[in-house]
Design a protein around this ligand. Structure first.
Ligand code: FES
Length: 177
């Protein structure tokens, strides 16, 4: 079945993932994790959750509840680059709200994630910006994760440099095309 991104993990691929983790502890989590990784937009479409539930003989509601509980699972398509700003108390105290607010102007986009935990993906699916409650690195706050790499003690200058590198890499790729 087609998803909103036009791509759904095929049955044989899901069978392969399930077989790999069959009978192992944490099978559901690892299956969901790998299925998400396999998707070009790094998320778990409803069709994939339903297929996993059916194949593992687990109630669909249980699979959905696991996928929605853990913040590392995405239920909506993700951008090519992901920027996650910690909004926990320690990071908030050290300026993470200002960092979150600076991101749209650095990236040249008009909208951004609303403070409070949701996420925003640009229509061209180049960037996803989201917040997290705590990375567990409070001593090094504020913490910002860019494309899976965590950066500590981030200030405006550091944020600008991190995001400029991402933008430059995109410009280079476009010039090579
Ligand atoms: S509050 Fe940001 S890492 Fe804990």
């Amino acid at each position: 079945m087609e998803t909103q991104t036009g791509y759904s993990i095929t049955d044989p691929l899901l069978d392969e993932i399930i077989e790999k983790y069959s009978g192992k502890p944490g099978m559901l989590l690892t299956t969901l994790e790998e299925a998400q990784q396999m998707h070009p937009w790094k998320y778990l479409p409803g069709e994939t959750l339903a297929a996993i539930a059916q194949k593992l003989r687990i109630p669909p509601a249980e699979v959905y509840s696991v996928a929605s509980f853990y913040s590392f699972f995405n239920l909506a398509p993700q951008g090519k680059h992901t920027i996650v700003v910690c909004r926990g108390t320690a990071c908030h105290t050290r300026g993470s709200k200002a960092l979150l607010d600076e991101i749209p102007s650095i990236l040249g986009i008009s909208s951004a994630v609303k403070d409070g935990g949701s996420s925003f993906t640009t229509p061209d699916k180049l960037f996803t910006i989201r917040t997290v409650a705590c990375f567990g690195q409070c001593a090094q706050s504020p913490v910002v994760e860019v494309d899976g790499v965590m950066h500590s003690n981030v200030n405006s200058r550091k944020l600008m440099s991190l995001l400029s590198s991402v933008l430059e890499s995109e410009t280079e790729k476009n010039e090579q095309r």
